[in-house]
Ligand binder design. Structure first.
Ligand SMILES: [Mg+2]
Length: 412
């Protein structure tokens, strides 16, 4: 089974996706996701100019060897662009191996450790009635766990609130499917940490009063707090029994979690922007987090994702893979196969793709009564309709960014 062809396919059905398609000499195809939100074309160049020429003629069964070759021979290792490119190759090779074996990938990773994986959805609203409606809509869709992102009084547009409107450069378009808006420049949102810290605990108090103590609730701090602010925030949320507080501080400063951890028992999740197991090394060993947020696409693929989750399992730390819509259906399937197989699955973020994306990527995945399953088709269970993909060329799009009232750029 030799790699005969490698194509990089860019399509933008509801948002931009970069997909690597490998074809073997006996005509079997495998897919990998290489999408880096807002920087998609950098990965296209990395793959097309520097990876595709190295793949032709390689034995497609040698997944680990190919991964190590691409990681170590580059010398300039890590980083989102490099690791997304390697991830695409890794996923495509697992897809091929599954098809060659006639088995879904999770069977090759040890088989199912559960019948389905609990997913959480994104509820949001600028005011409480809109937020409550959003929570009810998600429960009607089957979600048994809900991420809650409220608006903050005095702020016009902040991360995670789908009905954002109002600042210069902000088109006021709902972003249920994707916060990266199409256009030549990123949208501007606003931010005030003190207002946020005061307001959000009152929202969780109201949500608990309305929906009761059972419903698992999550919240994403999106890297916007200092360590001390995050510590105080985690403490103030303790009465509302969060499933997790995510990205409470900027992830690149991992030492910050030590301070946060000393002050709060609110469970912590971090790592969607991490690229390798080394970024989690001390966080896992020192038990400074409860959930690993790595995504297959930005973490080098299925092989390293399985390794970091196995490492985390020794410390009773669970998975909580990043799963918004910039993880393509291919990348999403990849982490579902890992999640089904590992013992320490925690929860899976699931922000559903739009109709055009689902028509472009045909998926065997199911979502029933709040539980995800990757399906039992051989390989990853995703096929790309290239005719459909060809209808939607790349469109420039960026994630929004933040400025404080005095004009200072802040973490979004
Ligand atoms: Mg997040």
């Amino acid at each position: 089974m030799k790699i005969d062809r490698a194509e990089v396919i860019v399509t933008s059905p509801n948002r931009n996706f970069v997909t690597l398609k490998l074809t073997t000499d006996d005509g079997v195809t495998g897919l990998g996701d290489a999408t880096v939100n807002g920087r998609e074309l950098a990965v296209v160049s990395y793959l097309t100019d520097h990876v595709v020429p190295l793949l032709l003629g390689l034995d497609a069964h040698r997944i680990e060897d190919t991964w190590q070759f691409l990681y170590r021979s580059a010398y300039w290792r890590r980083g989102p662009i490099t690791m997304a490119a390697i991830a695409a190759v890794d996923m495509a090779l697992w897809d091929l191996k599954g098809k060659a074996a006639g088995l879904p990938v999770y069977q090759l990773l040890g088989g199912a450790s559960r019948t389905g994986m609990m997913a959480y959805g994104h509820a949001s609203g600028k005011e409480l009635p809109e937020l409550f409606d959003s929570i009810r809509e998600h429960r009607e869709l089957g979600y048994r766990s809900i991420r809650v992102q409220p608006g903050v009084p005095g702020l016009k547009a902040i991360y995670g609130v789908a009905s954002n409107t109002g600042l210069a450069g902000n088109k006021g378009v709902r972003y249920d499917h994707e916060p990266a808006q199409r256009g030549a420049l990123p949208m501007l949102e606003d931010w005030d940490t003190r207002a946020y810290l005061r307001h959000v605990p009152t929202v969780f108090e109201a949500v608990r009063a309305e929906f009761g103590p059972e419903l698992p609730l999550l919240h994403d701090g999106h890297h916007r707090m200092t360590p001390l602010q995050a510590a105080a925030f985690g403490k103030s949320l303790e009465p509302y029994d969060l499933f997790w507080l995510e990205d409470c501080t900027p992830a690149e400063n991992q030492e910050a979690l030590r301070l946060v951890r000393q002050h709060t028992t609110t469970p912590l999740a971090i790592g969607e922007v991490f690229n390798t197991i080394w970024d989690f090394q001390s966080l896992i060993r020192e038990q400074l987090i409860d959930y690993v947020r790595a995504a297959s696409t930005h973490f080098g693929g299925i092989s390293p994702l399985k390794k970091v989750m196995d490492y985390a399992a020794q410390y009773q730390i669970k998975s909580g893979c990043h799963g918004p819509t910039d993880i393509s259906p291919v990348g999403f399937a990849a982490q579902l196969h890992v999640g089904l197989a590992i013992h320490n699955f925690g929860i899976q973020e699931y922000m559903q793709h739009g109709a055009r994306t689902n028509a472009t990527f045909q998926q065997s995945m199911t979502f029933v009564d709040g539980f995800l399953h990757p399906g039992d088709r051989p390989g990853l269970g995703v096929e790309l309709d290239v005719d459909e993909a060809g209808k939607y060329p790349y469109v420039t799009a960026y994630l929004p960014y933040n400025r404080l009232a005095d004009g200072t750029v802040h973490d979004w």
